[in-house]
Design a protein around this ligand. Sequence first.
Ligand SMILES: [Zn+2]
Length: 115
Amino acid sequence: MFHLFLHFLIPFAIASLFYREQWLKPFLIMMLATLIDLDHLIADPIYDPNRCSIGFHPLHSLVPCTLYALLLISRKTRLLGLGLCIHIALDSIDCQVTNGIWYFQKTTEELALWL
Ligand SMILES: [Zn+2]
């Protein structure tokens, strides 16, 4: 539950620290990053507190994470990219805390299911 709270707290802290009075719009843009958790809807079960989402869910895997980092380059997409990178970092930390791993490594059979 603390993990979910951090998904709100960290973007809020960054927005209020760097954008002061105009914190709301940057905060909401960074919060859009939580939409990547919609990929949990295609997992069974939808939510498993002991499952590491990094590397398991499609929008939490290597290729999308690389694109999230690339969003940091352009000023126009930087806040969204920052929100996405914060989201992935928090999920990865949660994996370490709950499972002792930073990311989930799919087996060859699991990778074949996605191809
Ligand atoms: Zn997530």
